[in-house]
Design a protein around this ligand. Structure first.
Ligand SMILES: [Ca+2]
Ligand SMILES: [Ca+2]
Length: 192
C-alpha cells in the first residue's frame, strides 16, 4: 500500500517533501525500506540555514565578499552561485533580497561581453535576462563601466547600492557583496 506507493515514486525528485505523506509516516516507511534492504531515493529537507523553493535549496549570505570568494564559498557548501532560469525564480530572489545587492553566478570574465553562468552555459541560452535599463531607455546594463575599476565590470549582481534586486547589474568583481547559493543536488540522495 503506502510502501508500494513509495516504491512507485522512487524516481520522483522530492518524495519526502510531498504533502501526501506526513513526516512521521515517511519515517516509518523509510525504516521499513532500510530493513528490507531496498534501493531507493529520498529527499532530505534543505540544510539548516538554506531556504527551500521550487524543489531547490537557496542560501542567502549575510557577509559580504568579492565575486570569486562568493563562488568558492557556494562550492564549499555543496552548491553553486545561483543560476536564474525563470521569471518565477527571479521574483523569488527579489522577494528574498529586496534592496540588498547580491552576487549571482553570472560573469564575462573570460571574454568581454560573453556572459556565462557558473555551469558554463551562455546566458543567451537561458531564455530570461533581467538587466537593468536606465530610465532614459538608452543606457543599459551590462555596461562594463570603468570609472571605479579600470578593468571594467565582469560579474553580475542582483541590484546595486541604489536600485532593488528585481534587476541585474554588472559590477566590478572586486566589490564586496552578499551572495546567493543554490543547490538541487542536495535534495536527492541515493540510499543503498
Ligand atoms: Ca564586462
Ligand atoms: Ca554596470
Amino acid at each position: 500500500s503506502a510502501v508500494r506507493a513509495l516504491h512507485g515514486l522512487k524516481h520522483s525528485l522530492c518524495l519526502a517533501c510531498t504533502p501526501l505523506i506526513t513526516r512521521s509516516k515517511f519515517r516509518d516507511i523509510l525504516t521499513h525500506l532500510r530493513a528490507s534492504g531496498s534501493h531507493f531515493k529520498y529527499c532530505k529537507p534543505c540544510p539548516e540555514g538554506w531556504v527551500s523553493h521550487g524543489g531547490k535549496c537557496y542560501f542567502f549570505s549575510t557577509d559580504e565578499v568579492n565575486w570569486t570568494q562568493s563562488r568558492d564559498h557556494c562550492v564549499s557548501m555543496g552548491g553553486h552561485l545561483v543560476i536564474i532560469n525563470s521569471q518565477e525564480e527571479q521574483t523569488f530572489l527579489y522577494s528574498s533580497t529586496k534592496n540588498k545587492t547580491h552576487w549571482i553566478g553570472l560573469n564575462d570574465l573570460e571574454t568581454e561581453g560573453r556572459w556565462l553562468w557558473v555551469d558554463n552555459k551562455p546566458l543567451s541560452q537561458t531564455g530570461v535576462q533581467f538587466w537593468f535599463i536606465w530610465p532614459n531607455g538608452v543606457k543599459k546594463e551590462p555596461d562594463n563601466w570603468t570609472k571605479y575599476d579600470p578593468e571594467g565590470e565582469d560579474c553580475a549582481a542582483l541590484g546595486n547600492d541604489v536600485v532593488g534586486t528585481y534587476v541585474w547589474f554588472d559590477a566590478s568583481c572586486k566589490q564586496l557583496k552578499r551572495f546567493v547559493c543554490e543547490t538541487d543536488k542536495g535534495l536527492v540522495f541515493n540510499r543503498e
